[in-house]
Ligand binder design. Structure first.
Ligand code: PRT
Ligand code: ZN
Length: 226
């Protein structure tokens, strides 16, 4: 990460929910690239700002390692990985620079429809399936609730039917997935959207000026949209 670079490198999702809106927003900032969708790298033409196309989960780590300067990622992913670092006694290595106004969803506790929810204390002694163990663990501690966190990497919403857990903690947008699985959201842990993520500190080389320019254009583009 000590390498001084004179180009800015932004990591975005290669494919998935945030991929197209991220490219569209950056294009609205006047950026263009030598297009090569399926390749790893897009070389910036109008400005020395390149794109790296990756899995969203890799973005915070790429920023922490200095492989990328900035990234477009869900706040849910950023906060989870930050929480994981904190839980392991590591210093913060990335933070949210801007909220981007797309990819909105919430990280919520959901329980079977028939559960007459009274509050977080209902979860005491229960198993909760999630892909967000750090955020769930933090929240349970804040609530003073002792529950078991069951880590699943996907298909969290079927865990109650499979008998793996009594409740889940997962992302919700329309709520259709929850209803299809006879679940209901009862508590929001995080309101999320796509964010521009960057390092904790400013860049102290030419990337700082590039980042300032990009942020000015981004703020302009976001004002026009909202
Ligand atoms: O391949 P890669 O690892 O990059 O992609 P991914 O599959 O991990 O991520 P992807 O593309 O599914 O999501 C990227 C980001 O989009 C997430 O980290 C969130 O910040 C954001 N986002 C917004 C969502 C949703 N909305 C969402 N609805 N991510 C996931 N979902 C899930 C939800 O959990 C449910 O299972 O989509 C399903 C449909 O949701 P409902 O509520 O509309 O039924
Ligand atoms: Zn992912």
């Amino acid at each position: 990460s000590a390498a001084v670079r004179d180009r800015l490198r932004i990591a975005i999702q290669k494919s998935g929910r945030l991929a197209d809106p991220a490219r569209q927003l950056l294009a609205a900032c006047g950026l263009s690239w030598r297009e090569s969708r399926d390749r790893l790298f897009c070389y910036g033409e109008t400005l020395p700002v390149d794109l790296l196309l990756v899995r969203d989960d890799d973005i915070p780590g790429l920023i922490a390692d200095g492989v990328c300067d900035l990234g477009v990622v869900g706040r849910n992913v950023l906060l989870e990985q930050d929480g994981d670092r904190r839980g392991n006694g590591r210093a913060p290595a990335f933070r949210e620079w801007r909220a981007l106004g797309f990819g909105g969803c919430r990280l919520a506790i959901a329980v079977p429809d028939a559960w007459q929810w009274q509050g977080p204390q209902d979860l005491a002694g229960k198993r909760i399936a999630t892909s967000y163990p750090a955020l769930l663990t933090q929240w349970l501690a804040q609530q003073g609730v002792d529950a078991q966190v069951v880590l699943l990497s996907g298909s969290v919403e079927i865990a109650p039917r499979l008998g793996q857990a009594e409740a889940i903690c997962d992302l919700v947008s329309s709520g259709a997935t929850l209803s299809a699985n006879q679940l209901k959201a009862v508590q929001t842990l995080v309101e999320s959207e796509a964010v521009l993520a960057g390092p904790v500190d400013r860049f102290d080389d030419v990337r700082g000026e590039l980042a300032d320019l990009l942020l000015r254009r981004l703020d302009g583009a976001l004002r026009v949209r909202n």
